[in-house]
Design a binder for this molecule. Structure first.
Ligand code: GUN
Length: 278
């Protein structure tokens, strides 16, 4: 079994980004990222902090707009519009989830697609599904970089994606399809999940349910990518895969932490540089 070391790869990518930022700064351009965070979700707070720290580490300017849970939708819309017009801001990201009373689609559609470093705007999502140049959501893009780094060929492979969210499962499936994999997308209403996962050469799971993927659900020699991040009652951070037992059957597997998580952050930095160069 080979461990897919996302942490190591992310550090390598961040070193390259650092050099890119230095070159941009020599041309008097400082890449800038604006993050909007609404409410006080503890997980979102941790992610936003990590994103800001990573920006600082590579020399990207970042600003976090923190807004209270009861904020009016219009206030968020107006903040995004200001960022759209602000030349020192190249990338805009709205941390999800948003509170119930906020129309998420309206918020995401307000972001200028050229500054949409999360790739969640329907313009970018549509282009991704058509295999056209676009901003690609950071987590699925990070998974693709792991495949590239470890020379895992996707052409003709049976890939089972567990979780069909707009953030992970759907864009992940589009990227895999664009790479000519045969994609099976499973979700909460899928019957006999293990029938699907057991057929797969590659299982990619991101639903946020600790221990969902057990040893009997993957075939011998499968490649397993764990996108889940769950905190157990004892404080331990785990993915959606029963790592201890599943890893014994795998050819490759991502650990949690240290797998896909750091790649998500690295891809956000990469997308911010891409937006700056645009
Ligand atoms: N919430 C969970 N994952 C993400 C992400 O990748 N981007 C944003 N903006 N919010 C998230």
């Amino acid at each position: 079994m080979i461990l897919l070391d996302g942490k190591k790869l992310a550090l390598k990518i961040q070193e390259d980004i650092k050099k890119d930022v230095e070159l941009l700064k020599q041309a008097s351009i400082t890449p800038g990222l604006a993050v909007i965070m609404v409410g006080d979700d503890p997980a979102s707070r941790v992610y936003v902090k990590k994103k800001a720290e990573a920006c600082k580490e590579v020399g990207i300017y970042s600003v976090v707009h923190e807004m209270p849970e009861n904020i009016k939708e219009d206030t968020i819309v107006n903040t995004i519009k200001l960022m759209n017009e602000n030349d020192s801001i190249n990338g805009i990201l709205v941390q999800l989830p948003l509170p119930e009373h906020i129309n998420q689609t309206k918020i995401l559609e307000t972001i200028d697609p050229k500054k949409d470093v999360d790739g969640f705007h329907p313009f970018n999502m549509g282009r991704l599904f058509l295999d056209l140049e676009s901003f690609v959501p950071c987590t699925p893009l990070g998974v693709m970089k792991i495949f590239e780094e470890y020379e895992i060929d996707l052409k003709g492979k049976n890939v089972c994606v567990v979780g069909a969210s707009n953030i992970v499962g759907k864009p992940m499936s589009a990227l895999l399809l664009n790479a000519f994999a045969t994609v099976d997308i499973c979700h909460i209403y899928t019957k006999n999940l293990s029938e699907h996962t057991n057929r797969a050469d590659i299982v990619i799971v991101g639903v946020g349910k600790a221990g969902l993927i057990t040893e009997d659900m993957v075939k011998e020699g499968a490649i397993v990518i764990d996108i889940g991040i769950n905190r157990l009652d004892n404080g331990k951070l785990v993915g959606d895969v029963d790592f201890e037992n599943v890893s014994k059957k795998c050819s490759y597997i991502t650990p949690v932490p240290g797998g896909v998580g750091p790649m998500t952050i690295a891809m956000l930095l990469a997308n911010t540089i891409k937006a700056t160069k645009l």
